[in-house]
Design a protein around this ligand. Sequence first.
Ligand SMILES: *[C@@H]1O[C@H](CO)[C@@H](O)[C@H](O)[C@H]1NC(C)=O
Ligand SMILES: *[C@@H]1O[C@H](CO)[C@@H](O)[C@H](O)[C@H]1NC(C)=O
Length: 407
Amino acid sequence: MSQTLVNVKAAGDDARPVLWTNTKRGKRIHRRNSQIFYFGVCLGLAAVVGIVLDGVLRIERSDKLCLVLDDDFSRGLDPSVWTREVQTSGYGTGQFDWTTDSDNNAFVRDDKLYIVPTLTNESIGAASFEREGHTIDLGQLGTCTSPSTANCIAANNATVGQIINPVQSARLTTRASHSITFGKVSVRAKLPTGDWLWPAIWMMPREETYGGWPASGEIDIMESAGNRPRHRMDSRSRATVLSTFQFGPAWYANAGERHTASRSRWRGYFDSGFHDYVLEWNEHRMRVYIDNPNNLVKEFRFPKKQSMWHYGRFNEYDHPDGPLRNPWIRSTRPNVAPFDQPFYLILDVAVGGQFFNGDRSDLPWNPSSPQPAALFWRNVDLWYPTWPASHTDRGMAIDRVRMWQKC
Ligand SMILES: *[C@@H]1O[C@H](CO)[C@@H](O)[C@H](O)[C@H]1NC(C)=O
Ligand SMILES: *[C@@H]1O[C@H](CO)[C@@H](O)[C@H](O)[C@H]1NC(C)=O
């Protein structure tokens, strides 16, 4: 407060300046101001104490974790840890890539795992790739990893407009080696660059205890796209990553769309550096963050007092096929199921697929066509030039993978 000089005419005194604050009125006001000041300080202190207490009460005791996998790829691509899934049929997502067991598509170099999409004509030769009637039957070759060998046939058939998968990529899983039920996963990765690439770090149930997808759940730790962002917050671009927790009694009754969130960067996109993509998962909640818990992507607190069936309001679901059946009815943790079973880790870079539908009007394929890959390939000049030549940029690079079981 600035001290104002006031002229006060005191009795028997010459007029001389007196500090205004020394007047009676000034002192009263000063006293009141002090009171207000100290009252404010007390309020502030109370607020601080409150916030700290609130934080202390909210902090969960951190889970005791036992490391089950720590792979920094210094031993190469360890086949006792990683299985390469081989399929051509797009895994039900409409993706165009043929996932191979080839070192062209998944390899370790400089202690990093690279998952790199390539053009199929480059590996099987342009003549085979283009020859009418040419059929590749991976079931017959013994490399198909799908229980249904129909998922491993690729063929050129001009009558129906079908072509051999124009791109190849890789999908690696820990299904045969490591799964966890509650715990933590941390994957240090740099995402790929290139249009219509769809990198993912995710988990699937080892057993389909509660039935087919999505009844037994799916944990999408990270999904993104290699496309250049068209605008800030472009949800299908390398500026954005998404996390989703999928579960529901039927494919048309999947609660995933209500349990998804994204995180965007305005510069230094996810393809320009390594980040830790982390899942923490216990009986109370799942949460995904990038690098540290302050960069939360998505948290899902399991319902406390009701089952997932009621929480998801699946009992109210109206569908022409009749009422749904509760797939989790026999779970001992009905408020957590299906996320109370062993899940394994998957790392892949898909190309195209339904992930891009809806959000983008510039797809170089027709998502409602029965043979979308044919048009995608005809438009190769639109997208292939955006795929960098170097594996370090085109591929998803994985520096380290760790999984812990809650113990
Ligand atoms: C494969 O197709 C691309 C795109 O059309 C082309 O640039 C490339 O030369 C082809 N590679 C071979 C081996 O034919
Ligand atoms: C192409 O597909 C049609 C319909 O399924 C089938 O009848 C025909 O034999 C196929 N052609 C070749 C060359 O495989």
